[in-house]
Design a protein around this ligand. Structure first.
Ligand code: CA
Length: 291
């Protein structure tokens, strides 16, 4: 019976060893894979969301939405960026809305910005913009001021209705965007934070970056795009914001509670594992018996 007991104990130890080896191998493989993707340029270093411009609620965070304090994995390389409008017919979604979320840095911006690509506009030889993506929308969802549903050679204000989680109307002043870049006009993506809208007179109005942010005055050129947001690591960026003393007053309390819960759970699990695998000091009497 004792021999069988020793065999069972040995089996348990071998099982624990195998478990530790498998866990160690998985962690090691993830570290190596991440390093390879980073070194090959497939991934950019992850970013911490520092504002609530991409939230879908001023006060509460949610999984699958980019909230203050979330960390974001950034993919780069030859990835096609699909704007919100281009994604409507395909129902292509990311982070809770249609279209891709991109990381970009304009020459005027001191640091990268992460916002959603709303629509791509093309500068044409006549001095206006063509916006073929508008043609994919139902006619009652958009109009160009005084031009109806003409999407070519536009310099007017274009209104697009029912955009994003809040169902806002977006008025794009193309003339202002042209004036912003009178030296070298060009096309590119117009971008917008999911949460960058205001309510006035019963109307919800969304604001594209190109007419509302001083350091994003022009359509986003391809070479200004650093990558595309591909995954959310919730809450963990709160640690960085806390250490750097940049935690905003509006940080969602449910994110703080969730992070504290995870840290507490990990601490308890670590203590349980440490107590189960505690190494007992060798009994000198046993040692003498074996020799
Ligand atoms: Ca989130």
């Amino acid at each position: 019976m004792e021999v069988r007991g020793e065999e069972r104990g040995g089996g348990k130890r071998r099982g624990r060893s195998r478990g530790l080896i498998v866990a160690g191998t998985l962690v090691g493989a993830m570290v190596v894979l991440s390093a390879l993707l980073l070194s090959n340029g497939m991934l950019a270093p992850p970013m911490v969301i520092e504002s609530r411009s991409m939230q879908h609620d001023d006060d509460l965070s949610a999984l699958g939405v980019l909230d203050t304090g979330d960390m974001v994995v950034i993919g780069r390389g030859e990835q096609e960026v699909r704007s919100y409008l281009a994604s409507e017919p395909l129902d292509h979604r990311s982070f809770g809305e249609l279209g891709d979320v991109i990381v970009f840095q304009t020459p005027q911006a001191p640091m990268p910005i992460i916002h959603r690509a709303l629509v791509k506009i093309e500068y044409n030889a006549s001095g206006g913009f063509d916006i073929p993506e508008l043609a994919g929308l139902p006619p009652d969802r958009w109009e160009a001021e005084g031009r109806g549903n003409e999407w070519w050679n536009l310099q007017e204000t274009v209104t697009i209705r029912d955009i994003g989680y809040a169902g806002v109307d977006v008025h794009i002043d193309l003339w202002q965007i042209l004036r912003n870049m009178d030296d070298e006009p060009h096309g590119g993506f117009l971008t917008m934070g999911d949460n960058n809208w205001y309510a006035r007179g019963g109307e919800r109005t969304g604001a594209v970056d190109q007419t509302s942010l001083s350091d994003v005055p022009e359509p986003i050129k391809d070479e200004w795009i650093l990558g595309k947001a591909v995954a959310e690591i919730p809450w963990i960026g709160l640690l960085k914001l806390t250490v750097s003393n940049n935690l905003p007053h509006y940080t969602p309390l449910n994110s703080v509670a969730s992070l504290l819960g995870v840290i507490t759970l990990m601490s308890v699990v670590s203590m349980v594992i440490a107590s189960r695998y505690k190494i007992e000091p060798e009994d000198p009497a046993d040692k003498r018996k074996r020799t």
